[in-house]
Write a protein that binds this ligand. Structure first.
Ligand code: ADP
Ligand code: MG
Length: 229
């Protein structure tokens, strides 16, 4: 589903050159749940943003569902992103002025769905995360765990082929974090691939595979993978 070869990332400013990611190869198959771990500043968000077509890479090749994304225009990338990728962030990124229904519907407005299709998708997605009876509520009326569920519903409503999550449980207490992890596991079991950055090794252990990034060096962590298995 996702094949990266010799991908690397360098940030250049006037005075500094940061090699955020050293060249790496990575294959992710449809249906996999992959956790990404590593210390702060090691390159995890950069890696996730490249994967999600939010940032360009400096070298290498990247195929997403057999499509070479290297030479796509920004417009083509946005479209691919909107249709194939769902994003979940640590800080939820919900729009406070919009109720839950409108928050989940927002990205669907950039697609060619009828109003009826959009409504069906929003209701389905809010049902999956257990919040369909709250659709008229506003984000600030919900707990952190519930807000993250809304963000997950928003990511799911477009039927993406995979979900990218950057520390999705980072702002939650451990019982809410466990709830979000079991929701993500259910979504994965239902067929959506997931790539999740986390600081929490216990949450990472619930994934199928763990990729580790240290100082911009990405490795499949065999020792962690064996411990987990
Ligand atoms: N836009 C940017 N410009 C310059 N350097 C950046 C930028 N974004 C990240 N970096 C640098 O790249 C490295 C990796 O950052 P990041 O991917 O955010 O790490 P992590 O998510 O693991 O904490 C860090 O050294 C960071 O300072
Ligand atoms: Mg980060």
């Amino acid at each position: 589903m996702l094949k990266m070869s010799n991908i690397a990332k360098i940030y250049l400013t006037d005075t500094v050159k940061t090699q955020a990611l050293q060249p790496f190869n990575l294959d992710i198959k449809a249906g996999e749940f992959v956790a990404v771990v590593g210390p702060s500043g090691s390159g995890k968000t950069t890696f996730l943003n490249i994967t999600g077509l939010l940032e360009d890479y400096s070298e290498g090749s990247y195929f997403l569902n057999d499509q070479d994304v290297t030479d796509l225009s920004d417009r083509q990338k946005s479209r691919l992103r909107n249709e194939q990728i769902g994003f979940i962030f640590q800080s939820f990124n919900l729009i406070p002025e919009l109720n839950l229904f409108d928050n989940v519907e927002m990205p669907l407005r950039y697609r060619k769905f009828s109003a009826k299709e959009r409504k069906n998708r929003v209701v389905d997605a809010l049902t999956k995360v257990g919040l369909v009876n709250r659709q008229a509520h506003y984000p600030q009326q919900l707990s952190g765990g519930q807000q993250q569920r809304v963000a997950i519903a928003r990511a799911l409503a477009g039927s993406p082929s995979f979900l990218l999550a950057d520390e999705p449980t980072g702002n939650l207490d451990s019982s809410m974090a466990d709830g979000i992890m079991s929701l993500l596991k259910d979504i994965n079991t239902a067929g959506t691939s997931i790539l999740m950055v986390t600081h929490d090794l216990q949450q990472a252990a619930k994934a199928d595979r763990i990729v580790e990034i240290r100082d911009g060096v990405l490795t499949e962590n065999e020792s962690i993978n064996q411990v987990v298995a």
